[in-house]
Design a protein around this ligand. Structure first.
Ligand SMILES: C[S@@+](CC[C@H](N)C(=O)[O-])C[C@H]1O[C@@H](n2cnc3c(N)ncnc32)[C@H](O)[C@@H]1O
Length: 348
């Protein structure tokens, strides 16, 4: 299993309307488009590097106090808590301060977008190849159109990953227990010009939904999941550390066993890149040799670094239909380069 840092902003898409300005003292300072936001952050253990930057915050969140406007809006001339829009590559996202101190996007996931899009293209080519029983295409744009790639996004929140997948040609099932989060995700689809794409928007408990899909015999070419530390199954609260193995077993049951891709990320203290990788290996078994794991890291303009969670992932196994699972010939070689954490695909 490879363990490396990929969540670095060197790998983020161009035209990203976000930058981490500084982090330290248990807080992070982000610029999201036109607004600078100061919030608590578990991974911001070091010292603040640029104290003056923090004085320019437009919004500050404190647990117990909620949101407060910064100096620019002290005169009440604008509502600092009104929604605003930013672009992430070719996607547009509406942001709005939530009661829990979030703004509607987790920028550390931007580093996974190029990888996800690549998986959709490779999976589409792979499916077409399997259907035709020949050498097929090699992951070029259009291949996914030829063979729809079904991806399930559990805990999908406001839709960043769902929209990136849909833009790449996937048919996406987006699941989130929060009705307002789904409503925001749908608005983001409209803002991004993707409202007509094949996305199923499901308000449900992710665990219950994936188990139902398993009973119905549904299969997906890809599953991504970014579970929170605490969730609810019906009225029953659960802790991720207690539920992760069961959740991944259910994911394994709905995943295309030959070439399916998986991206798991988490931000729960007590977990690590290794625990996520091991959990994925235990659930996915035969795919374990393709597992990579690492830290989702953002580097700030000030020079500070913020660890914002961990990921473990398995890329598409190209060539499985022909080569008996090895994936070493033809397109299999290209899939191998996707698996490299520092491969050029991540940098796009
Ligand atoms: C950590 S966020 C996911 C962030 C998302 N991957 C993104 O990048 O935008 C957690 C999301 O899980 C949802 N959630 C919490 N418990 C859930 C459950 N049991 N089933 C489905 N969604 C749940 C929340 O509503 C929230 O939108």
């Amino acid at each position: 299993m490879e363990n490396s840092v990929i969540g670095d902003d060197r790998h983020m898409p161009d035209r990203l309307d976000h930058e981490l300005l500084d982090a330290g003292g248990g807080r992070r300072l982000d610029r999201f488009g036109e607004r600078i936001v100061d919030r608590p952050a578990l991974g911001a253990g070091g010292r603040v590097r640029d104290p003056e930057a923090w004085e320019r915050a437009d919004l500050r969140y404190d647990r117990g106090r909620g949101w407060r406007a910064g100096p620019r809006w002290h005169d009440g001339s604008q509502d600092a808590q009104s929604p605003w829009t930013i672009s992430m590559g070719d996607l547009s996202l509406e942001l709005r301060p939530s009661q829990t101190g979030q703004v509607g996007v987790f920028p550390e996931h931007a580093s996974s977008i190029a990888w996800l899009r690549r998986q959709v293209l490779l999976s589409g080519a792979e499916g077409r190849d399997r259907a035709e029983g020949g050498d097929g295409d090699d992951g070029t744009p259009g291949a996914a159109d030829a063979h729809p790639v079904r991806v399930m996004n559990l805990f999908g929140h406001t839709g960043l990953a769902t929209l990136a997948l849909a833009a790449a040609g996937a048919t996406v099932t987006h699941v989130d227990a929060s009705r307002p989060a789904i409503a925001q995700a749908r608005r983001n689809a409209g803002l991004s010009g993707l409202a007509d794409r094949p996305v199923r928007w499901i308000v449900d408990d992710a665990v219950a939904f994936v188990e139902r899909e398993e009973r119905r015999g549904q299969r997906y070419e890809g599953v991504i999941l970014d579970p929170p530390a605490y969730g609810h199954a019906g009225r029953q609260p659960w802790r991720l550390e207690d539920r992760l193995d069961g959740l991944l077993r259910a994911v394994a049951a709905v995943l295309d066993p030959e070439s399916g891709f998986v991206l798991l990320s988490a931000h729960t203290s007590g977990l690590s890149a290794d625990t996520l990788g091991s959990a994925l290996a235990a659930a996915l078994g035969p795919a374990r040799e393709r597992i990579e794991s690492g830290t989702l890291t953002l580097s700030a303009r000030s020079g500070a670094r913020l660890e914002a969670g961990w990921f473990a992932r398995i890329g598409v196994r190209s060539g499985s239909a022909r080569g008996g699972g090895g994936g070493h010939g033809g397109r299999g070689g290209r899939a191998g380069s996707v698996g490299g954490s520092h491969g050029p695909e991540d940098a796009r």
